[in-house]
Every structure is written in C-alpha cells, then in structure tokens.
Write a protein that binds this ligand. Structure first.
Ligand code: PMV
Length: 308
C-alpha cells in the first residue's frame, strides 16, 4: 500500500490572465488531501465499486498513471470542495502520487505532468497552475518564460507553462466563500470573447501580468501593505474582465478595516475571495457578517508527500 498527501492552493495574483500567456502566482495552503492505493480484487473508491462517471478524477488518474491489477483507493480531504481552494487538484495529485509510489516510479516532474493531464481531461481545458502548486508546495510562479527557480515545463498544443519555485514568508489569509457556485469554463470563455473585441480589456490583462511580477517582488520582501494594494487593484481589473460578482465585492469591502487588501481568487463569478491579514479573527468576523463562509489558511506549505 502507498499513501500520499497533497495541499490545496490559493491564487494570489494572475488568474484568467494566465490563460492568455501572462504569469500567475499561486500559494500552497495548510489544507490537504490524503490518498491511499492498495492492490485489491476489484477497482474501488472509498469503499464503493468505482464508477468512472461518479469518480471522474480517480478514474482519469488510473488511466493516466496505473496499468496494473485492480486497486482500492481511499481519499480523505480537509479542503472544502467547490470553494476554489484546489480540492480537485489535491485529490488528483495525491492519488496519482500514491499510484506512482506503489509502482516505484514516483518523481515530482512526472507527477506534475500526469496530474495536469488528468485535470485537463476532466475539466476540459484547465491550466497546470493548481496541480503544479499542489505538487511543489510553497509558492509557484507560472510564467511563459523560463527564469530563476525553474522547476519544470508543461505544454499542451502550442501553450507552454514554466513553473518556478517562489519562497513564501509567513502570511495568514482568510478565504471567504460566497456560497455561489460558478463553473470555470464559461468564465474563461467570456474573458476570451471580451479580449477579442475590446482593446481596453487587453490592457487590463497586460496590467495584471505586471501586478504578478510586482507581487512576486513584494512577497520576497514580505511587504504586506504593497501586497494588499496590489490585491485590490487585481480585484478591480478582474471585475472589469467580467468575472466578478456582487457577493465577492461585498466580502472584499467588508475586509477593508482589518486586512491589508483582498481580492477574488480563482475563476470568480462567485466562488471565493482572499484577504491578507494580521487579524484573522477580526477578518473572519467581518466576512461572516457580510454573508460569507470564512476559512483561515496559512500559506507556503509543503507540497506532495509520500507518507508511507
Ligand atoms: O478554479 P480555479 O481556482 O482553479 O481557478 C481557475 C483559474 C483560471 O485562471 C481562471 C483558469 C486556469 O485554468 O488557470
């Protein structure tokens, strides 16, 4: 039997713009998924016979990383699903990781590539940001060019993503889940249509690319006031790109007094926002009062681990 665990993530800067060739910065969080894989007499997931439609990530993971006898797979998650915290990526990375460990072929770059293929197959067009962050942990800068701290490169068709290590200082974020579910695909398509027809919005995407690079510098200096300012600016630009939601604005505004800054994280259209704060209790209270569900997270945590 092999056991692997892998963390969730938040996107600090660059969501959506990363789809159009700009950089993005994602941070691993201290919520994890644990997966075990052991050879058995039939394919089973969490004690039930595997059904590919129902267990889409695990079933795609088996296609991608396992060509052996039937296995029993169990997963245990502390990441709320559908909240934009990368739970599907962490399920994928921990399961594929456990399969590779069970076969004796575990290695990080292979795991990152295979996990991306699994998410791509199930979500039909994801970027490798979530899966690579879950594999590497810490912070991951996704960039079209290769630079310092290079980890691995992932490509799909003509698209290329270079993954880089980014050291993350101690920081606390409060995630605020709006309770509004929104699918990533249509939001990405909406941005694509807007960019095809509107030059101002293309300038917004360019500015988000610059914010990511300024943000990486501010992270390195642990300069929280600058990070807060950049988060608010990034949030406004994402609103201009049409991926905001009134519930997100309400939560972002509610954090004004107790946090350095706040923004939506991930695909938007609902989902979650994040606030950078030294006062997590105050910020959590403000998010609750504004109708959100707060979750306090630490960032820069370890990536995938083979536990046994
Ligand atoms: O839904 P999430 O949290 O994985 O974020 C999606 C981020 C996008 O940039 C909108 C899409 C992507 O695949 O990068």
């Amino acid at each position: 039997m092999a056991v692997c665990s892998a963390p969730g993530k938040i996107i600090l800067f660059g969501e959506h713009a990363v789809v159009f060739g700009k950089p993005a910065l994602a941070l691993a969080i201290d919520l994890r998924v644990r997966a075990s894989v052991s050879v058995s007499d039939q394919f089973a997931v969490n004690g039930h016979p595997m059904r590919p439609k129902h267990h889409s990530y695990i079933s795609a993971a088996l296609d991608e990383a396992w060509n052996g006898p039937p296995v029993r797979i169990s997963t245990k998650s502390s990441i709320p699903s559908g909240s934009g915290l990368g739970s599907s990526a962490a399920v994928t990375v921990s399961s594929v990781g456990a399969m590779l460990a069970e076969k004796g072929t575990f290695d990080l770059a292979t795991l990152a590539k295979k996990s991306f293929e699994v998410e791509f197959k199930v979500q039909k067009g994801a970027s490798p940001t979530d899966t690579s962050t879950s594999v590497h942990g810490h912070g991951v800068l996704v960039s079209p060019e290769q630079g310092d701290g290079f980890l691995w490169r992932i490509s799909k068709g003509e698209r290329v993503w270079n993954m880089h290590h980014c050291e993350i200082p101690d920081m606390t974020f409060v995630v605020g889940y709006t309770g509004v579910r929104a699918a990533t695909g249509p939001l990405v398509d909406g941005v694509r249509i807007l960019l095809d027809t509107n030059k101002d919005r293309r300038r917004d995407v360019d500015r988000i690319g610059d914010i990511v690079l300024e943000g990486v510098d501010a992270v390195r200096r642990a300069d929280k006031p600058t990070l807060g300012r950049l988060m608010l600016e990034n949030h406004g630009l994402l609103n201009d790109l049409g991926v905001g939601h009134p519930a997100l604005d309400k939560l972002v505004d509610a954090c004004e007094e107790s946090a350095y800054g706040a923004k939506l994280t991930g695909a938007g259209g609902g989902g979650s926002m994040i606030a950078l704060t030294d006062h997590p209790e105050k910020t959590s209270g403000a998010i609750s009062r504004a109708g959100g569900e707060p979750i306090v997270v630490s960032v820069g945590c370890a990536g995938v681990r083979v536990e046994s």
